[in-house]
Write a protein that binds this ligand. Structure first.
Ligand SMILES: O=C(O)CCC(=O)C(=O)O
Ligand SMILES: [Fe+2]
Length: 195
């Protein structure tokens, strides 16, 4: 395993990236596009219905549930191409995910707004590992209180980004729109939901 690039390591929060982590990233990207049941979730904002600007799927060990934006999702298993990834991650980092939120960004018009992954079912200091395949996209981070503290990280095809320790308390992250990007990207955001 190559050495990670450390983005944040200030004693409280830690963010690291392994730029070329997944061996079979091309095959994984193809299979995820074909195998996953992608959903275009809708949200109500000020009484009006909107489609969120990307597609999603909740996957993982049978029965693991997740609640966000007023919906509850239950995992029905891993897509075949991700089935071995939690064990690979565990071998490398000693941390085992039981689920993942998958995001499909069709092109640079798709995005994700500022947020922290701080849902209560993830526990107090959740580790989140994001595997990226497809078109590289910028992963932005900003400190919640000291707004001048910012980072922008290009997440390459096959890269793994790890957020750990107190990162979700102190930082938010986002995937901004990019008008020039015409190609798709998939992110697999591995999580350990407390069951
Ligand atoms: O697509 C990404 O890299 C970010 C995804 C994310 O932040 C999330 O699913 O919570
Ligand atoms: Fe997130």
């Amino acid at each position: 395993m190559s050495k990670p690039i450390t983005i944040i390591d200030d004693g409280l929060s830690r963010v690291q990236v392994y730029s070329d982590w997944l061996n079979n990233a091309d095959a994984c990207f193809e299979k995820l596009q074909q195998e996953v049941e992608w959903q275009h979730r809708k949200i109500i904002l000020f009484g009006k219905e909107h489609s969120i600007p990307r597609q999603e799927s909740w996957v993982g060990e049978q029965g693991v549930g997740y609640q966000y934006s007023g919906h509850r999702y239950i995992a029905a298993g891993w897509p075949e191409c991700l089935a071995n990834v939690p064990a690979q991650i565990e071998k490398a980092f000693g941390w085992k995910a039981n689920s993942a939120l998958l995001n499909f960004y069709t092109d640079g018009q798709n995005s994700m707004g500022w947020h922290s992954d701080d849902e209560p079912e993830l526990g107090h200091n959740p580790t989140i590992m994001i595997l990226s395949v497809g078109e590289p996209r910028t992963f932005q981070m900003r400190h919640k209180k000291e707004k001048q503290q910012k980072h922008a990280i290009e997440l390459a095809h096959g890269s793994l980004l790890i957020m750990s320790k107190e990162t979700q308390h102190h930082w938010q992250h986002a995937i901004p729109k990019r008008a020039k990007i015409k190609q798709p990207r998939i992110s697999c955001t591995f999580r350990k939901v407390l069951v």
